[in-house]
Design a protein around this ligand. Structure first.
Ligand code: GLY
Ligand code: MN
Ligand code: MN
Length: 441
């Protein structure tokens, strides 16, 4: 379970404030989102706001004022305490709580933001704010900015642009601290155990929906907030739909079951794991061929996730193994280089091999900057998730072999979560088994 450790958040704020170097950042919390009528989706805090504050209420705003002296730099605007509202919607920390528990240098009611924001921003070099993401406060920010531009035209000092906070925060969030690595270990371990539960109980289940219930119930039982993203429980040909989330087909013993699921902890760290298992306990000859190719590609790609490598290399290693394996069984034809350069494999493998993983499932951080590939460093966490999806949804490219019926309806992805270390890559999701011998029964 999450225990607020202010030292962690204070350190992040200090790093962020140093990067701001005279600028003032406005970082809003998320709002509740309507599901239907007067019902809302479960609250999900904005990841940047969370990363800097650890404050889990909607409609707050944090200010980071690097132009002010120490002790006046971290300001929180929060919903004030309100007995009636708390009876309906639950506990709030209120203004005092924001200062005492969350260590704001000063806290105010969110209702005072319009009046106080210009005063706090005054004297900063520039505003840092994400345009287009927070409509409720954006109008106020733009009014202040317009005023800054007017002042600048008269007295020659003051803000001249609005900068995005992402350029600072993405860089910070991409490299996980030891604390974050441990939180990720926990999220990924719970996720891996859920996959093991599926493997162990598959013979007793007869519908995708039961598997979803099993996994998501396990996440809650372990104290997680719930699934990190909509769980994908896809049997047979459903697995060829990459974002299949209907999860309502009966299970057929001759099919494979692809499960892409991970939990989100109460402090929002996420797991993201995919396993593909034989529902009836045995792979068919064709299923086994494809599984071996994907597993081989995944292992090669994981081995390439070392310091100094980069995400394109990891992808290219997986892709080369997939293409060569598919050539061997007659599903692709031609030189490997030509197939890859011309995208002639994309009817069978149509996504990248992985992404950063952290507070967001597709976590922030650049993969490349133009032609420059961001090198892997200690503390980066990425998924490695090659797959092969054989259906007739995407036409076979000219010159490539048509697909025999015996292959159709096979969709396989294997996804692990990898920590880049000083030595070999560490597979954080290793306890979810994936060798054929472990999956058959
Ligand atoms: N579960 C989403 C993904 O694998 O990227
Ligand atoms: Mn993923
Ligand atoms: Mn996934």
């Amino acid at each position: 379970m999450f225990n607020l450790n202010n030292k962690i958040f204070e350190k992040r704020r200090e790093t962020f404030l140093n990067k701001l170097d005279g600028k003032a950042a406005i970082i809003p919390a998320a709002s509740l989102v309507k599901h239907h009528a007067d019902c809302e989706y479960p609250f999900r805090q904005d990841s940047n706001f969370w990363y800097l504050t650890g404050f889990d209420e909607p409609d707050a705003i944090a200010l980071f004022l690097s132009h002010k002296p120490k002790g006046e730099r971290f300001i929180l605007f929060v919903s004030p305490k309100d007995v009636v509202s708390e009876v309906w919607h639950g506990f709030r920390w209120g203004i005092e709580g924001a200062e005492q528990k969350f260590k704001a240098d000063k806290a105010h009611s969110i209702y005072d933001i319009k009046e106080l924001l210009p005063i706090y921003i005054e004297g900063s070099d520039e505003i840092v704010f994400s345009i287009g993401k927070h409509p409720r406060i954006e109008k106020v920010v733009l009014e202040i900015f317009t005023q800054q531009l007017e002042n600048r035209s008269r007295v020659g000092i003051g803000g001249n642009s609005i900068k995005s906070p992402e350029s600072y925060l993405n860089e910070m969030r991409l490299i996980k601290s030891e604390f974050e690595i441990n939180r990720m270990r926990e999220a990924i371990q719970i996720s891996a155990e859920a996959h093991e539960l599926v493997r162990e109980s598959i013979s007793l289940k007869n519908n995708e929906r039961q598997i979803q219930g099993l996994i998501e119930g396990f996440f809650l039982e372990k104290g997680a907030r719930g699934p990190a993203y909509n769980s994908i429980v896809a049997s047979g040909d459903n697995a060829c739909v990459l974002h299949y989330t209907s999860n309502n087909s009966p299970l057929n013993k001759r099919d494979l079951l692809l499960v892409d699921a991970g939990c989100s902890l109460t402090d929002y760290y996420n797991g993201d794991i995919t396993r593909t298992i034989p529902i009836g306990g045995k792979f068919s000859k064709e299923q086994k061929y494809i599984y071996e190719i994907v597993l081989d590609a995944q292992k090669n790609a994981i081995n390439s996730a070392v310091i100094g490598s980069n995400s394109s290399t990891v992808h290219n290693v997986a892709l080369k193994t997939l293409v060569e394996g598919l050539k061997e069984i007659g599903l692709l034809r031609g030189s490997t280089e030509e197939i890859i350069d011309n995208g002639l494999y994309k009817h069978l493998y149509m996504h990248r091999t992985g992404h950063w993983l952290g507070l967001d499932v597709h976590d922030v951080g650049a993969y490349r900057m133009g032609d420059y590939e961001v090198p892997l460093q200690y503390g980066m966490i990425l998924t490695v998730e090659p797959g092969i999806y054989i259906s007739d949804r995407i036409p076979v490219p000219d010159g490539q072999p048509s697909i025999d019926e015996k292959w159709k309806g096979i969709g396989i992805r294997i996804e692990d979560d990898i920590l880049v270390t000083d030595k070999e890559p560490e597979i954080l999701s290793i306890s979810a088994l994936k060798e054929i011998a472990d999956l058959e029964f």
